[in-house]
Ligand binder design. Structure first.
Ligand SMILES: [Cu+2]
Length: 508
């Protein structure tokens, strides 16, 4: 008979203990992952009670100078807002406690906005989608100090569109936007004025600013939960700052100006009864003709105008539905892609005013088609890098020549959803993964979703004015990514001119 030596016995014990520990650890880890995975999806579909009438941001008051300049005043302020009955949530807003008024101007008009910052910290106001000189853009180089003012002015020179404004301080954009600083800026033109589209603001033409939020008691809960590479994802949505909103409509056709003002969430909009709707405009303005859709995806910063047809007395719910956005099993779940929300209920009156049929032809998009691009540039997205670098306020990454068109090729290389926003211009999407883009991506755009491993080609024209020292930004509009440095700077120069140095490199 052989006997095991004490040493071997100890080794065996140790092995048994180690195996038991590993099994326990693996089981605990697997349970943790399963719980995280299961807990990572939220839905308000079917459980929303639509108790609150949708707020519509007021149209901003303005005055017109003798020289024709339209003047607006925006005050960035702190306050509190009652989203939940009896609870005051600390918020920020423009001319109010949450969000801001809707600015509106005509093509050809000269506008001036007096921005007053009464927050306790510096911020900026960026005019998202607006073509304007770089020093008026409101990017991170145009900081408005706490207690300070800033009065940008420019001439509106682009087609009718649904644009928006929000802060853009480098490293703090997510924080400033989710506290409540955002508003719409609508542009009109002669053509849009003539078209028989619903156009009575707040009646049959409604701003729909969609944000996802979470509450911890009366406070907003801004926590980034485990494995959420995209940033903050809320567990419910609100529209124009109204939770569980409904809106009574009295017209046969209603135009919804959708803005995804969420900081990280991609929304796929559709209706509860799967009805079709007419997409009439994208970020930069009207499509050449309406497109019938049942689903419409908007990533953060993107806008779309849709026209919905209502029957007398009916109710329908605009929803944010699970994504079909090229995300894998894992990243879809942890990017909010499996979530769903009841966003806004429309309640039609028993009698509806007739609305004219939609016109066959809508806008004439003024975006280049790539045929006159003078060069191609590549942008590789890899959180938190673009082309291997993070944002540096003192570095001009890209120099473009005024009046030329270029083709930019954007590729996502890290398995995370991103999008790409370019300041100052509206562009045309030439292709997505080598294929002609779907109809909803053929209109004028300033922000485009870039799915994991996707390649998007866009054509842009830089009309200037030239300013070799003051950069515009391009960046991921998932604000957490932008804050982490997924941003670059470009300047527009005259032919033969070189880029200068940003005047206030530190942004203050
Ligand atoms: Cu990103």
């Amino acid at each position: 008979m052989t006997r095991r030596s004490p040493l071997r016995r100890h080794a065996l014990h140790l092995l048994v203990v180690l195996v038991a520990l590993s099994v326990t650890a693996v089981t605990a880890l697997a349970t943790g992952v399963i719980l995280l995975y299961r807990g990572a999806t939220v839905s308000t579909v079917g459980t929303t009670e639509f108790r609150n009438e949708l707020a519509v941001p007021p149209l901003a008051e303005s005055s017109v100078d003798a020289d024709g300049t339209r003047n607006f005043d925006l005050t960035m302020q702190q306050g509190s807002t009652e989203f939940l009955p009896g609870r005051q949530t600390p918020t920020w807003g423009f001319n109010g406690t949450y969000l801001g008024p809707t600015l509106r101007a005509e093509r050809g008009e000269r506008v001036k906005v007096r921005v007053r910052n009464t927050l306790g910290e510096a911020s900026t106001v960026h005019w998202h989608g607006m073509h304007l000189p770089a020093p008026m853009d409101g990017g991170p180089h145009q900081m408005v100090p706490a207690g300070g003012t800033w009065a940008p002015h420019w001439t509106v020179d682009q087609p009718a569109a649904t644009l928006w404004y929000h802060p853009h301080p480098h490293g703090a954009t997510e924080d400033h936007v989710r506290r409540g600083l955002a508003g719409m800026f609508l542009l009109d033109d002669e053509r849009s004025g003539r078209l028989p589209l619903p156009k009575r603001y707040g009646v049959d033409d409604l701003p729909v600013i969609v944000q996802d939020v979470a509450f911890d008691g009366k406070e907003f809960d801004f926590e980034h939960r485990a494995l959420r590479d995209v940033g903050f994802l809320g567990d419910r949505t609100m529209v124009n700052g109204t939770l569980d909103p409904y809106r009574e409509v009295r017209d046969e056709r209603v135009r919804l100006r959708l803005l995804n003002a969420s900081t990280a969430r991609v929304h796929a909009f559709g209706f509860d009864d799967d009805r079709g709707f007419s997409l009439v405009a994208t970020d930069g303005g009207l499509l050449s003709s309406a497109v019938t859709k049942k689903r419409l995806q908007l990533s953060p910063g993107e806008r779309a105008e849709i026209v919905v047809r209502m029957e007398p007395g009916e109710r329908t719910v605009l929803r944010s539905l699970p994504l079909d956005a090229g995300l894998n099993f894992w990243s879809k779940r942890f990017s909010g892609g499996d979530d769903s929300f009841d966003v806004l209920q429309l309640r039609a009156a028993e009698t509806l005013r007739p609305s004219p049929a939609l016109p066959d032809r809508l806008g004439e998009p003024e975006v280049p088609d790539g045929s006159d691009s003078v060069r191609e540039r590549h942008f590789r997205l890899q959180l938190p890098l673009i082309n291997g670098r993070t944002m540096d306020m003192n570095r001009i990454d890209t120099t473009v020549t005024r009046s030329t068109a270029e083709t930019w090729v954007i590729r996502s290389e890290d398995g995370t959803p991103h999008n790409f926003h370019v300041h100052d211009v509206q562009f045309r999407i030439l292709s997505v993964n080598g294929r002609r883009p779907p109809p909803e991506l053929r209109g004028p755009k300033d922000t485009v979703f870039v799915a994991p491993n996707a390649t998007v080609r866009i054509a842009l024209r830089f009309d200037g004015p030239a300013d070799p020292e003051t950069p515009y930004m391009y960046h991921c509009h998932l604000l957490y990514h932008e804050d982490r440095g997924m941003m670059g700077q470009f300047v527009v120069v005259e032919p033969g001119q070189r880029a200068g140095r940003p005047p206030h490199g530190d942004g203050h």
